[in-house]
Structures are given as structure tokens and as C-alpha cells.
Ligand binder design. Structure first.
Ligand SMILES: [Fe+2]
Ligand SMILES: [Fe+2]
Length: 356
């Protein structure tokens, strides 16, 4: 598992001081700043996205930028100080679509940056086994559709969810949970990334220990939808680059209640799938939420879900924390006696360590 890798290089000419650009991106991404005339070609730095703060208003400026683009195959985004149709035409000549003009809207910049980085990650899925590629592509479309439908007050696309989960189960039959996690690692739709970490972890694990048929279907659908209530949590809280304060935590901790309302309104889903979403933050000793369930009130699928959810959160990176190694995550989870089912955790540990 990688640490917080470099996502964005902000490349600027001498007249453009990019402090405002860097501070709009910092925290949300890993960012570094470079001069336009820094190392080029083979020596050029690598990034997922290059944000150029540079003029294209003259032929000389155009040639300098074109030279700086050589050897940099990440996504590109330009920021111009003023709108200039000639500069935009030159940008198109370079095959680049995305640009912004000052004054900077930090939210707009981050939205464009996330979309560009996600495009790059999604393109890289084509190099995976076609079954995994299909599963990732379809689950992204399905996941985005689920969140959009909930936000519009429409029913969940149950058919599309079933089809997507079938693809994920086909991918799991191939094994290799690591490559699934790695393919999602830098995706900047955090809710999608997390849900796919959880869904993949559950499905690959269940598949490995011989769970099949309708039970496996339930676990995959449960994993995909387990945080559907987060569609009701404001993006400022969901994507906050840093730890949540008390008020924000309260908002975040309401997501299982939102899931309950959403999933109960969708009658195509069985009670077990709903329970996985509503109760995956319950703890065996009764100290969890939202219902303070304990012991036998918490079923096996919910117990499994809690393990997959916590493991996925620990091995994932956020802007305020590095990713934990598999071993460190499992060692930490072993200390959560009273919260997690230790027998299931033992089987899960064996599965994860067997992956390596
Ligand atoms: Fe959750
Ligand atoms: Fe979760």
C-alpha cells in the first residue's frame, strides 16, 4: 500500500506566483510546486495532474509550455490570469481542454482536479483483467447513480445494483484483493473508493471461505450499499481535509440512520442487507451506534461488515493520515475485543495474510 503519493505538480512561470492555487489544493491532494523551466523531458517530475499557471499569450510562451509538457503524461489543467482567446486556441492546439481564469474559485479548481485525476485512474483500469475492469467501471457508474437517485428522492436502481454486484463477484473469483484495492487507491470519489474497498474485501473474503449463492449476493450488495446514508452528509463534512470537530462527527454519525430510511423505502432489499448498512457501527459490548445493539442482537453478516469496514478505513489513506499496512491494521483490530467478533477476525486475518 502506498503512502500519500504526489498527486499534483503546480508548474508556474516566473510572473505567476501560485500560492493561492497551492493553498486551494493542499490538504485535499498531495501538492508540490515547480518552476516552468525546471527539469524537462526524461528528467521531468511525474504527477497525476499538472496544473500550469503560465501564460500562453505569445509564441515564445507557447513554445516554453510545449517544451515543459514533454515527458509529462499526467492530466493537465491551465490557470490563466486573464481570459485571452488566443491563449485558449493555443491550449486546444496542445490537446488540453481544462482551464480556469482568475479570480480563482477554490471549489471549482478542486472539482476539476478531482475529475481529471479520476479520469486518469479509471483509464488505468483498462490494463487490469477484463473482468476486473468491467466490475470497476460498472460499479462506479452504479454507485454514482445510487447517490444521485437518493439525492433526487428517487428509488435505488435495484436491477443495476444486482448486475454490478454480479460483476464484482465474477472479479472476486479471480482472487487478488490487492490489485482491486490498488486500482481504487487514489480515486478521489472518497465514498465510492471506500465502498468498493469494503465491498471488494467482503466479497473476496466470502468467496475465499466458500460462501456462495444467495448469501454471497447479500454480502456484495450489502458492501456496495453499506454507507448509502452518506449521500445525505454534506460534502464539506464528507471530504473535509482534516479531522472532524464534534458537530461534524454528529452529522457523520447520522449516516446509518439515513441508510435505514433510504433502504426501508426500497422494498426490493432484504432485511439482512438493510441490517448490514444500519448496524455496521454497532459493537458487541453495546457501545456502538445507532441502536446500541449488543451480543446476539448483531448477526454474522453485520459482524463481518464491521470487520471489512474498519479494515478498509485503516488501510486507506486520507489527507490527515497515511495508509496502514495490512499487518498493522490487523494487529490494531485484534485489540478491539468487545467490539469485533474475534473468531471471524481470526479467519479474516488468515485470508488477508494469505493474499500477500
Ligand atoms: Fe459507515
Ligand atoms: Fe463504511
Amino acid at each position: 500500500m502506498q503512502g500519500l503519493g504526489t498527486d499534483i505538480a503546480v508548474i508556474h512561470d516566473t510572473d505567476f506566483k501560485p500560492a493561492e492555487v497551492v493553498s486551494a489544493l493542499a490538504g485535499h491532494f498531495s501538492v508540490r510546486q515547480e518552476g516552468l523551466d525546471g527539469p524537462q523531458g526524461e528528467e521531468a517530475s511525474r504527477a497525476d495532474l499538472y496544473v500550469f499557471c503560465a501564460s500562453l499569450s505569445s509564441d515564445i510562451a507557447f513554445r516554453r509550455v510545449r517544451f515543459a509538457l514533454k515527458g509529462r503524461d499526467g492530466e493537465k489543467l491551465f490557470i490563466f490570469r486573464t481570459h485571452n482567446s488566443e491563449a485558449v486556441a493555443r491550449l486546444r492546439e496542445l490537446g488540453i481542454e481544462d482551464f480556469l481564469v482568475l479570480p480563482l474559485d477554490p471549489v471549482e479548481l478542486r472539482t476539476l482536479a478531482k475529475a481529471a485525476i479520476n479520469r486518469r485512474i479509471e483509464r488505468a483500469w483498462a490494463a487490469l483483467h477484463p473482468t476486473k475492469h468491467k466490475a470497476l467501471k460498472n460499479s462506479l457508474a452504479c454507485f454514482e447513480d445510487c447517490f444521485a437517485k437518493v439525492q433526487n428522492g428517487e428509488p435505488l436502481p435495484i436491477e443495476a445494483i444486482s448486475a454490478s454486484c454480479r460483476d464484482i463477484r465474477d472479479a472476486a473469483k479471480l482472487g487478488g484483493l490487492d490489485s482491486w484495492i490498488e486500482a481504487l487507491d487514489n480515486h478521489h470519489n472518497y465514498s465510492f473508493r471506500h465502498s468498493m474497498f469494503v465491498c471488494g474485501t467482503l466479497t473476496y473474503f466470502a468467496n475465499a471461505i466458500g460462501i456462495g449463492g444467495a448469501e454471497l449476493d447479500q454480502l456484495t450488495v450489502g458492501g456496495l450499499l453499506h454507507d448509502v446514508g452518506k449521500s445525505q452528509v454534506p460534502l464539506e463534512v464528507l471530504d473535509k481535509p482534516g479531522k472532524l470537530d464534534e458537530g461534524e462527527w454528529k452529522i457523520m454519525r447520522a449516516h446509518p440512520e439515513h441508510s435505514r430510511v433510504i433502504l426501508r423505502a426500497n422494498h426490493g432489499l432484504d432485511a439482512d442487507t438493510v441490517a448490514m448498512a444500519v448496524h455496521h457501527h454497532e459493537k458487541l459490548d453495546g457501545t456502538g451506534y445507532p441502536d446500541g445493539l449488543s451480543g446476539a442482537q448483531i448477526g454474522d453478516h453485520v459482524r463481518l461488515m464491521s470487520i471489512a469496514d474498519l479494515y478498509s478505513a485503516l488501510i486507506d489513506k486520507r489527507s490527515y493520515k497515511d495508509a496502514m499496512s495490512h499487518e498493522a491494521a490487523l494487529d490494531l483490530m485484534a485489540k478491539f475485543e468487545g467490539h469485533l467478533d474475534m473468531d471471524l477476525l481470526g479467519a479474516f486475518r488468515t485470508f488477508v495474510l494469505d493474499q500477500g
